[in-house]
Design a protein around this ligand. Structure first.
Ligand code: NAD
Length: 356
């Protein structure tokens, strides 16, 4: 039997509630598709600081490295906001990403027909949007050296090596092959040398993928096109800072932060998490939307374990609950037939995902 070991990091705020629902759904599909999952829980963020005085204990890094994938909820909250940077929950997450070498952040954006009115954009602009942002996650200006904040001057360095560009480009082309065979590489090659190297290197990599159509777009234009005509995109490939901004912009096409999953993958490891934070304002009330986390678990099955059928089951079950009008509170104003709790939403998706 196929067996996979999952390191589970629930985190803070709504993290534990939404992860429990994802596990419920994973259990349902694994039984159906004949593979076995084992879960090992570790602490990170505020929850880890409270126990160890450290937002990322060594035990968590080891556990994550010994697992086949990491499923993560969210971290953070006011309680830990005034700690020094090194001790803050967010530092734990950044360090974990670095320790796992997860250089590619994948963010799919799907606009569900049933929630088309949840977006601030016109329905005819977003109907049918289905795109994936592939963002380089551990290089570029966020990590480049030299960097400094001096009295009257401050600077950062945007730096990419050819190898860093190649490996992220390969991820984007491989994903495009499983989608609609189109990659839009986003840069600022009209101004930045680092973007010139980016463009040349992506061109080189594209030669290995003759069936995938490649186009280049400047980041300012891409920001505009995402709002003007988002349906033109399949896979958007870009660097760290541009990807940070564009992926948040793209996420808003769907209208609700509680729906969108993400994956961060590297040569060896994969970290799967919703794009939202720990939502302390609604924690413990049973109203958090677990769909983003459940969809992240589905990405884990697809991209880390190659369990495509189980992943399809989850995605179809999510579409079905939305079609039937089940809504958590955050999306309750859009064609709701019944408002359900976090737990009920998870149970419905698990039930539908297990049906034939
Ligand atoms: P947030 O994403 O936690 O919440 C923003 C708003 O969206 C809130 O009103 C919240 O109630 C709502 N929301 C978020 N997820 C939801 C869900 N699943 N269902 C229903 N509603 C949902 O962002 P924030 O309020 O800016 O940050 C809260 C804390 O989360 C902070 O400590 C921040 O540092 C942390 N954070 C963590 C991550 C992460 O763990 N990856 C990401 C972003 C923010």
């Amino acid at each position: 039997m196929r067996k996979y070991k999952i390191a589970v990091i629930k985190g803070d705020g709504i993290g534990p509630e939404i992860i429990d629902e994802a596990i419920k759904v994973l259990d349902a599909v694994s039984v159906k598709e004949g593979f076995e999952l084992s879960y090992h829980e570790y602490l990170m963020g505020g929850a880890a600081y409270d126990v160890y005085g450290d937002p990322l204990p060594e035990e968590t890094v080891e556990g994550a490295k010994n697992a086949d994938a990491v499923l993560f909820g969210a971290i953070g909250g006011e309680k830990w906001d005034n700690l020094p940077r090194e001790k803050r929950p967010e530092t734990g997450l950044l360090k974990l990403r670095e320790a796992l070498g997860v250089f590619a952040n994948l963010r799919p954006v799907t606009v569900y027909d049933e929630l088309i009115n949840a977006s601030t954009l016109k329905p005819d602009v977003i109907k049918g949007v289905d795109l994936m942002v592939v963002r380089e996650l551990i290089g570029g200006i966020y990590f480049g050296k030299p960097r400094a904040l001096e009295k009257d001057k401050a600077y950062n360095t945007m730096i990419y090596t050819k190898d860093e560009i190649k490996r992220i480009a390969k991820v984007a082309f491989e994903i495009a092959k499983k989608r609609k065979n189109r990659v839009t590489s986003v840069d600022k090659a009209n101004v930045l040398e680092v973007s010139q190297l980016w463009r040349e290197t992506v061109e080189e990599v594209s030669k290995d993928y003759p069936d995938v159509k490649l186009e280049h777009m400047y980041v300012d234009n891409a920001a505009m096109q995402l709002i003007r005509d988002p349906k033109q995109f399949d896979v958007i490939l870009t660097g760290n800072i541009f990807g940070d901004i564009l992926s948040d912009e793209a996420s808003m096409l769907s209208g609700s932060i509680g729906l969108l999953p993400s994956a961060s993958i590297g040569e060896k490891y994969g970290l799967y998490e919703p794009i939202h934070g720990s939502a302390p304002d609604i924690a413990g009330q049973g109203i958090a939307n677990p769909i983003a986390t459940i969809a992240s678990a589905s990405m884990m099955l697809r991209y880390q374990f190659g369990e495509e059928k189980a992943a399809d089951r989850i995605e179809n079950a999510i579409k079905r609950v939305l079609k039937e009008g089940y809504r958590t509170k955050d999306i309750s104003s859009f064609d709701a037939k019944e408002i359900v709790t976090t737990n009920e939403m998870g149970s419905l998706i698990a039930q539908y995902a297990a049906q034939d």
